[in-house]
Design a binder for this molecule. Structure first.
Ligand code: BDR
Ligand code: CA
Length: 306
């Protein structure tokens, strides 16, 4: 089996960290690099957290490219620290990473690798779509060159998690999502329709601690914080949404998901701001994940991540 090259774009955050672990531990893919975006935390914090997580995983060889600090046309100065913790990795202790981020900008790295690998390359975005929007604006031809783009974001038929309509990654930069949705890129959307069904329960935390005191302990400290947020926001839910890991699942185990082609547009104003709205009858622009084998995914994810 030859591993499929991917670039993983993150705003490292708790579930981003779990997605990084799942990605670097999946033999079906080779992570060429992590690119970082603002979102759950600032872009500098996202790069730092990515370096910390890679080091914990023994994969400090994976390069980290810093990208966008701000949305395309808005100002972002607040971050959801009550969800992902003060520094973005929940209750895990913060350390200084030994490796450094790369000099090259994330947007240039994405363009360079799409031009080099073309259809072979898969891009996975699990934060706001700012880096990708900049990349297609700078080099529109990459939309036809790249193999596939998998995004965690949006909600086609499910309610939002920031408002009744909006999902957090799209809401953090709706104009970027609009550019991406109109670009002609071959997109698979892993949105709240499926990620709110793949829940990681608190009962897994002692299992991780027992299995590997160092990495398991780090991931449990990190994730317990996130699960506590879910339990307070959605009483009785029984775990946190494995949003970003499911985007990796869509690449390494696509048979766990069912997709439907849809035409989606992004609302850019009003009370439905950042809604990813289906327009029936228009030519489909996105393969939207509508069903997931949640038990099968959880088993696969847990079998790899620690
Ligand atoms: C998405 O928002 C972020 O908080 C998570 O990391 C995930 O990418 C879920 O809506
Ligand atoms: Ca994320």
């Amino acid at each position: 089996m030859t591993a499929r090259p991917i670039i993983l774009d993150v705003d490292t955050g708790v579930d981003d960290a779990l997605a990084i672990a799942y990605a670097v531990r999946s033999p079906e893919i080779e992570v060429l690099g992590l690119t970082t975006n603002f979102g759950n935390i600032t872009v500098e914090e996202a790069a730092r957290n990515s370096l910390i997580v890679l080091e914990k995983l023994g994969r400090a060889d994976v390069p980290v490219y810093q990208g966008s600090a701000q949305p395309l046309s808005r100002t972002k100065d607040e971050y959801p620290r009550h969800i992902h913790g003060e520094h973005g990795l929940g209750g895990a202790p913060l350390s200084k990473p030994s490796a450094s981020k790369e000099e090259k900008n994330a947007v240039d790295f994405i363009i360079e690798q799409v031009r080099r690998l073309k259809k072979e390359l898969t891009l996975v975005f699990v934060g706001p779509l700012t880096n990708l929007a900049h990349a297609v604006q700078k080099d529109p031809e990459i939309a036809d060159l790249v193999g596939r783009v998998v995004i965690m974001g949006g909600a086609a038929r499910h309610r939002g998690n920031v408002s009744a309509y909006a999902e957090a990654n799209i809401h953090s930069d709706p104009e970027a999502a609009d550019v991406v949705f109109r670009s002609g890129l071959p997109i698979t959307m892993v949105g709240l329709d499926v990620t709110m069904k793949t829940l990681l329960p608190m009962s897994q935390m002692p299992v991780w601690r027992e299995k590997d005191a160092s990495l398991g302990g780090f991931f449990a400290d990190m994730t317990e914080f996130y699960i506590r947020f879910y339990e307070s926001a959605y009483p009785g839910i029984g775990g946190c949404g494995l949003h970003d890991p499911l985007a990796i699942g869509a690449v390494v185990k696509p048979e766990l998901l069912e997709t439907e082609p849809m035409h989606l547009v992004v609302e850019l104003a009003g009370e439905e701001l950042a809604r990813t709205r289906e327009v029936p009858g228009e030519k489909p622009n996105i393969d939207v994940c509508v069903k997931v084998d949640a038990d099968g995914f959880l088993k696969h994810f847990l079998g790899r991540v620690i």
